[in-house]
Design a binder for this molecule. Structure first.
Ligand SMILES: [Zn+2]
Length: 341
């Protein structure tokens, strides 16, 4: 590995930690818009890992995950380089919005170009200055507005290394996800940067369980990459691995009575929710279309016909899943997330 690591034109030497502002564009207020980047290099050589949050500006859990991560005592024995970016979509966070001011979704604009739209330019700077300088990456997300996700890792599980890193992370569920056009993960994969996506919680909310699970997961991945010393005797929860998931949609418009929660095991045909009219009369029932675990759910008790309500991850071997359900319940109760970083 080269002795010098340069980001945004600023060199960071081994053993150094720097906070760097990565300029993107100048605003019409005659002020600079920059992405804040934290770079920590261990005294000893090792891999380079980026961890980023708030590519969708309203997804806050990852911001907290990164602030806890970079203040963690565990990083004192860092090998290699950690690039942590707590807020990628600075515009979105200012407006408490998923999008950029031009209405674009940054995570559909990668790898971007230097002459493209605002989103495309932002993606380009991030790719050149952060992603292209790393071998590994973890992209932190939450569910959309009024939707919660069970802590889960998404990635290309057909890649054995990504599968191993995903397992090491230790989230309750690991979901095989095909690459999406224009996503950071797709652009990173094209550069052979092995990238995991962590989804947990809801937009515009902090969820402590999701945050602790995220910090612990990143530290676990760093141990797996030998960026941090291994801890002996520590049990990492084996995640449920799913290659298929689908959303169950509302069959009618109305007021929702939720019957099942995040992380619950449901069987095909089982009742998930009831849709009522304002007088309390039942209009429709919503039932699961497969055996699986509830990994995402709307929290808003008002639905239009066709709204996505429950995200169910299916499993090829449901019997194995049932056997491990106790383990999952313990985890969700917080028992396995008690590590203080
Ligand atoms: Zn997101």
């Amino acid at each position: 590995m080269a002795e010098e690591f340069v980001i945004g034109g600023i060199p960071v030497r081994q053993g150094e930690t720097k906070r760097i502002d990565l300029p993107v564009v100048r605003l019409y207020t005659d002020t600079e818009m920059a992405i804040p980047v934290y770079v920590q290099r261990g005294k000893r050589s090792g891999p380079s890992l980026f961890v980023c949050a708030a590519i969708h500006g309203d997804e806050l859990n990852g911001v907290k995950v990164i602030s806890r991560l970079i203040n963690s005592r565990a990083l004192k024995s860092l090998r290699g380089t950690l690039i942590a970016v707590p807020v990628v979509n600075v515009y979105g966070m200012l407006h408490r919005s998923r999008y950029l001011p031009d209405g674009r979704d940054l995570n559909r604009c990668f790898p971007g170009t230097s002459k493209g739209s605002l989103a495309s330019r932002m993606a380009y700077v991030f790719m050149q200055e952060v992603v292209a300088k790393c071998q590994y990456g973890i992209d932190l997300h939450t569910g959309a507005l009024h939707r919660s996700n069970l802590p889960q890792i998404r990635g290309n599980l057909d890649d054995p290394e990504i599968r191993e890193l995903g397992r090491a992370f230790g989230a309750p569920v690991m979901l095989h996800a095909n690459l999406r056009d224009g996503s950071l993960r797709e652009a990173a994969t094209d550069l052979h940067v092995k990238t995991l996506l962590y989804e947990a919680g809801e937009a515009l909310r902090f969820d402590d369980l999701c945050i602790r699970s995220g910090v612990r997961g990143i530290l676990n991945v760093m141990r797996q990459l030998k960026m941090l010393p291994l801890r002996r005797g520590r049990k990492i929860m084996r995640p449920f691995i799913s290659y298929e998931s689908s959303w169950v949609r509302a069959g009618g418009s109305g007021i929702v009575r939720f019957e099942r929660k995040l992380g619950e095991w449901v069987q095909k045909g089982e009742l998930l929710a009831t849709i009522l009219d304002p007088y309390g009369h039942e209009l429709d029932i919503v039932s699961s279309n497969d055996d699986g675990i509830v990994i995402g759910r709307t929290n808003l008790p008002l639905v239009h016909e066709g709204d996505a309500m429950y995200h169910i991850a299916s499993f090829r071997k449901p019997h194995e899943v049932v056997k491990r359900l106790d383990e999952l319940q313990d985890t969700l109760a917080g028992e396995a997330f008690t590590e203080k970083p």
